[in-house]
Design a protein around this ligand. Structure first.
Ligand SMILES: Cc1ncc(COP(=O)(O)O)c(C=O)c1O
Length: 386
């Protein structure tokens, strides 16, 4: 059996894969099994922050794998402690809990918020408000947090204690404020929801509401985080100081790692035994994250913003493009043709793109070279306009 047949025979059919078998790559170029090259405009859904097999990342990860690949969280390790310090120093958050994915980082955020609120105000204060059209993960709790009904079908009952309201509708949030609200959870740019940014005014109003009512503000930076939007974390574009920040995807540059950062109000909410993870904070993943995070400096972020400006200006009036949305190198393209058709045609022509709802979505590596980016955008333009 070839790879496609093996996969289809033995892997649960949750993913409709594109008809290519990818085997290797370097930077923003990936090759398939017959040697065809593709420009990677999806970076594994925002994961390979510095591209494929980035030299510094490979050195950091392989060095750590050769020294100590895993110990349990019953012991200290240097990469885990160094990474927590780096995250806190770069964000002003106070403590970090490490896990393995975005959904787990959000699960931890929900547990932290509920424990904080229930210890202080009693059991009734357990509700988490999230936004309609949000996406927070695939576990039963993070599905409950996800404000899109079609993800819920046939998985009920989900974890109780979640309500959702429309982005921008502060009056709806005020109505939900009946003494049961523990936290509000948002994405600054709704990724799976179609690359839809919140407005700065709404984000600021939300933050003020949370502060006034001692409701924790959780920002889900799983997709938007780690330089993706041209700031280290997207909430920084709005000048917010959240109480809890969850992140994953690009954090470790291609290894599974989730992080839940706790701010001043709830930094000491967890004590011994309150939460745990066998693999969370694994030294190899943390070594990868240290390599990624230490290089997301102001110069790199300025490059991300410059490349973003290029993409927006190149596609703004392009034939077949109806609109653009997003921030930094997290970009949604509303196309005249169905997005899936555009993505398939781009694949044929050697460019890997994603969709998000009815849009084409671009999440290239943060360090994609300008000439490679231009080539990919030329292909996307050609496909949209034909
Ligand atoms: C905003 C957001 N939160 C959470 C998740 C879930 O992350 P994971 O697939 O790593 O569990 C995603 C994944 O797309 C996401 O975009």
């Amino acid at each position: 059996m070839n790879v496609k047949e093996l996969d289809q025979s033995y892997i649960a059919g949750t993913y409709k894969r594109f008809p290519v078998v990818l085997t290797e790559g370097k930077g923003s170029v990936i090759r398939d099994e017959i040697g065809k090259e593709y420009i990677d405009m999806g970076s594994g859904i925002g994961v390979t922050a510095f591209g494929i097999a980035d030299d510094a990342w490979v050195k950091a990860v392989s060095g750590q794998a050769g020294a100590l690949q895993h110990v349990s969280n019953l012991y200290y390790t240097q990469p885990c402690a160094d990474l927590a310090r780096m995250l806190c120093e770069k964000t002003g958050m106070k403590k970090v809990f490490f896990s393995n994915s975005g959904a787990e980082a959000n699960e931890c955020a929900v547990k932290a918020a509920r424990k904080y609120a229930q210890e202080k105000y009693g059991e009734k204060r357990c509700v988490i408000a999230t936004l309609n059209n949000s996406f927070h993960g695939r576990t039963l709790t993070t599905l409950a947090a996800t404000g899109q009904d079609h993800y819920h079908e046939l998985y009920n009952p989900l974890t109780p204690g979640f309500v959702s309201f429309d982005a921008g509708d502060m009056a709806a949030l005020e109505k939900l404020n009946d003494g049961t609200l523990a936290a509000v959870m948002i994405e600054c740019v709704q990724g799976e929801g179609g690359v839809v940014p919140l407005t700065e005014n709404f984000a600021k109003a939300l933050a003020a509401f949370c502060r006034k009512n001692d409701v924790l503000l959780i920002v889900d930076e799983v997709q938007t985080g780690n330089g993706r939007t041209g700031a280290l974390y997207a909430y920084m574009n709005f000048g917010l100081q959240p109480d809890i920040v969850s992140t994953a995807k690009g954090l470790a540059g291609g290894l599974p790692l989730g992080a839940t950062m706790l701010g001043e109000r709830c930094e000491n909410v967890f004590s011994y035994g309150d939460h745990g993870s066998t693999f969370g904070g694994n030294p190899v993943a943390c070594a990868g994250a240290l390599s990624v995070l230490s290089r997301i400096d102001e110069a790199l972020l300025a490059e991300v913003r410059k490349k973003s400006d290029y993409v927006f200006s190149a596609l703004k009036d392009a034939p077949g493009v109806k609109g653009l949305s997003g921030m930094g190198l997290m970009i949604g393209i509303q196309t005249e043709k169905p997005a899936g058709e555009v993505v398939s045609a781009c694949l044929e022509k050697g460019v890997l793109c994603l969709t998000a709802k009815d849009k084409v979505r671009l999440l290239p590596a943060l360090n994609i070279p300008m000439d490679v980016l231009k080539k990919a955008i030329d292909v996307i333009k050609e496909v949209c306009g034909n």
